[in-house]
Design a protein around this ligand. Structure first.
Ligand code: ADP
Ligand code: MG
Length: 728
């Protein structure tokens, strides 16, 4: 009898590192497949290019005339790269990206075949979008969805198609994607931050949001992956006894990258560079077969697009190397999960990073101003920020068992904390003394030199200050980072606006600017003290402490999503123009629905696996044991047979115990699922899946994993953890 697992293992062991075609220098191939500004200058008439650059730089609206001229140049360039098709490339709420390819091919008026690409299709399209999730927006408003070009993200060619980054909105303008509100949030925070930066420098005309994503992922051999229906269908293992060796030796992190993986990464980097994705860092992560890639940070919109593009590229390139990429936040129990750290900062058109401490005191006052405003925003909206990263898959990484608690707090490091404490308690009239490395006596308005060397790292913090930026670590590896970044941007925008109003009021009442800034900073520091936490975020004490501090400690994803509909959230998103009430309501519907569907699929796949793979293996082994017991009885006298069969009889009973618990469990799970499926209300349904299906799946899994331990390895048909995690 053949065993799927052994066949898969044989194939996996035969996989060898792929030859990688000649590696080209990054500087040579960078942006080769992107319609960059240089190429625009070459392919588009000069007067049009100037107008185009002006609207790109100043967030102006594109006119159809310009679109026509741009389209001609873009088509010429794309065809020279071998493109035969074009597609709008957008980011629906399903996650991932969507494309619908159309050929340039067309007929002229007199019937001659030709290649055509007009401004109108560059400018706007109406994808057949009725099956994208919209949370009711397109039912209640209008059935149509539009995609429209986002000129701030350049077009690129992949294979035979020209991809045009677009937003995706309903006929009535409501956002149906991640990009639209992300762009709005970038504008909102840019505007609010510019006004505050102007207290320090009148030359600041624009503030940009920067984003650098660290993408974690697992690689699994393709043949083993194909022998695990749970990985194929849900992206994670729904069962599997933990491997005896996993990450306890810490021997994988930053270890030598296995040859076959390196070949994959090399090809991937080359392809990413050609698409203008500035890949910089690659390394082994903590868990076996877990890795990380990070590009150099970029403006947030581009950084977010590039992360989406990188993810699809990774899946594609992995195939060439007989690997599958797992983006799931927790593909394996017992080892680390994967995140997508979103490194976030604000920088001015004058080249100043507003979150970097500097050498001169005036600069540092600006730094503290922005730092404190971020703290305030995160404090006020900590529940929302958690909701922004909440999903059925990330739940296993945050708040699930063997995961850090789902509580948003900010790590600042000892030095910054001390400086902030001293500022908080300083007497504005007397001036302040701050003990940094050496004691410095400074007058009002002077913040000491805060050393850039903030090497103090805390890996347990979901939101950490890392010297010149914040690292939002709670974001899940499979997420569209737009979701988290837009919430952060909007919250910071709201806070900066409030801060400015307060300072302006003081100034209007005759206070000097610096004293006004100081006074408001001090007040804010008191108000948001509770969000600062440098201790062990994984500890039991922190969970209790966080409750005392009034931070959001909700563990259930469907309930976390409620945060989007709190009045303070609705007014924050509304006032900053990022999302209106209808959009928020629809997003929640989509999130709840998505949660239920993921759980529904998991529970079905799990039921199948258990019935079709696990129980048959258990029964087969049990029969073998029973046969042996019977034979022993035939050969030996009763007394001796009893002793010879003792262990096996125990094992037979043990298997029976687990098997019957599994059968009863699956039975119950199926009934609970049917009940949940019948609930109409999306929120209620998600809650039912969370409250009933999650725990029963965990219960059943325990028995399945036990069985895996007891059953003859030769009979087990599903690749085991040690194989999935260590074959490469
Ligand atoms: P670490 O593992 O130490 O966090 P990595 O090198 O893996 O660092 O990734 C850090 C990420 O942060 C990179 O994408 C990097 O470009 C980005 N980054 C660095 N400075 C900034 C900044 N000022 N704003 C946003 N992102 C930044
Ligand atoms: Mg890193």
């Amino acid at each position: 009898m053949s065993n799927v697992r052994f066949d898969a293992l044989k194939t996996a062991w035969a996989h060898k590192p792929q030859e990688v075609a000649k590696v080209q220098r990054a500087s040579v191939i960078f942006s080769q497949n992107v319609f960059t500004r240089e190429k625009m200058k070459e392919y588009i008439a000069s007067n049009i290019v100037e107008e185009l650059f002006d609207l790109m730089d100043n967030e102006k609206t594109l006119s159809r005339d310009i679109a026509n001229s741009v389209a001609i140049g873009m088509k010429k360039w794309a065809m020279e790269q071998g493109a035969t098709h074009y597609t709008h490339w957008f980011q629906p709420l399903t996650g991932g990206t969507a494309e619908k390819h159309d050929a340039f091919f067309d007929f002229s008026d007199n019937g001659t075949p030709l290649e055509k690409f007009s401004g109108s299709v560059l400018y706007q399209q109406e994808p057949d979008a009725s099956s994208f999730p919209n949370g009711g927006i397109r039912n209640t408003f209008e059935a149509r969805g539009y995609s429209a070009w986002d000129p701030s993200s350049p077009a690129f060619v992949i294979g035979d198609r020209l991809c045009i980054p677009t937003i995706f909105v309903a006929y009535t303008g409501e956002a149906l994607d991640y990009k639209t509100p992300l762009l709005r949030s970038i504008m909102a925070v840019g505007k609010a931050a510019t006004a505050v930066a102007n207290y320090f420098d009148k030359n600041v005309k624009r503030v940009y949001t920067y984003l650098g994503t660290e993408q974690e992922f697992f690689l699994v051999d393709e043949s083993l992956y194909n022998a695990r229906p749970d990985l194929m269908m849900t992206g994670r293992t729904l069962m599997g006894h933990y491997s005896s060796k996993n990450q306890q030796l810490d021997d994988h992190y930053l270890g030598i990258i296995p040859e076959r993986v390196l070949a994959f990464m090399t090809e991937l980097e080359q392809e990413a560079l050609k698409l203008g994705i500035p890949i910089k860092t690659r390394h082994n992560e903590v868990a076996p077969n877990q890795f990380e890639l990070a590009p150099i940070y970029e403006e947030a919109n581009l950084g977010s697009d590039h992360n989406q593009l990188l993810m699809s590229l990774m899946e594609q390139v992995a195939h060439h190397h007989q690997f599958r990429v797992l983006f799931h936040e927790k593909p394996f129990g017992g080892v680390n999960g994967s995140g997508k750290h979103c490194n976030w900062s604000l920088g001015t058109n004058t080249g100043v990073n507003l979150l970097a401490p500097g050498k001169n005191p005036y600069h540092n006052l600006q730094f503290v101003t922005f730092l404190v405003n971020v703290l305030m925003a995160v404090h006020r909206h900590n529940g929302l920020l958690k909701a922004s990263i909440a999903s059925a898959t990330n739940a296993h990484r945050l708040g699930g068992h063997e995961a850090p608690p789902a509580i948003i707090s900010v790590f600042l490091g000892t030095q910054i904390n001390e400086a902030l404490d001293q500022i908080e308690h300083a007497d504005v009239d007397k001036g302040i003394i701050i003990n940094a490395k050496k004691e410095m006596k400074l007058g009002v308005g002077n913040i000491p030199e805060i050393l850039l060397d903030n090497t103090d790292r805390n890996r347990t913090s979901p939101f950490a200050f890392t010297g010149n930026r914040f690292e939002f670590r709670a974001v899940g590896s499979s997420a569209n980072c737009g979701g988290a970044v837009l919430a952060l941007n909007a919250a910071v925008a709201e806070q900066l606006n409030a801060f400015r109003e307060e300072v302006d009021t003081l100034i209007a009442n005759g206070e000097a600017k610096e004293r006004a800034l100081f006074a408001v900073i001090k007040r804010c520091l008191k108000e948001c003290r509770d969000i600062r936490f440098d201790g062990n975020g994984y500890s039991e004490e922190w969970q209790q402490e966080a409750v005392k501090r009034g931070l959001d400690t909700e563990k259930s994803v469907p309930l976390m999503i409620d945060q989007y509909l709190k009045e303070s959230t609705i007014s924050m998103f509304g006032n900053t123009g990022v999302l209106n009430r209808a959009e928020l309501e629809s997003r929640c519907e989509v999130k709840w629905e998505n949660y239920s569907l993921k759980l529904q699929i998991e529970s079905r796949v799990f039921g199948d696996l258990v019935i079709n793979h696990v129980l048959p293996a258990a029964k087969r082994y049990q029969s073998l044991l029973l046969e042996k017991v019977a034979h022993v009885k035939q050969v030996f006298d009763a007394e001796e047979a009893k002793s010879l069969n003792e262990q096996d009889c125990l094992l037979i009973r043990r298997i029976e115990g687990h098997a019957s618990a599994i059968i009863a469990g699956v039975d119950k799970m199926t009934k609970l699922r049917v009940t949940a499926n019948h609930i109409e209300n999306q929120r209620e349904r998600a809650l039912a899946f969370h409250d009933t299906i999650v725990p029963i799946m965990e219960d059943i899994r325990k028995h399945v994993d036990e069985l895996e331990m007891w059953i003859d390895d030769q009979l087990w048909t599903l690749p085991k953890y040690r194989e999935l995690l260590f074959v490469h």
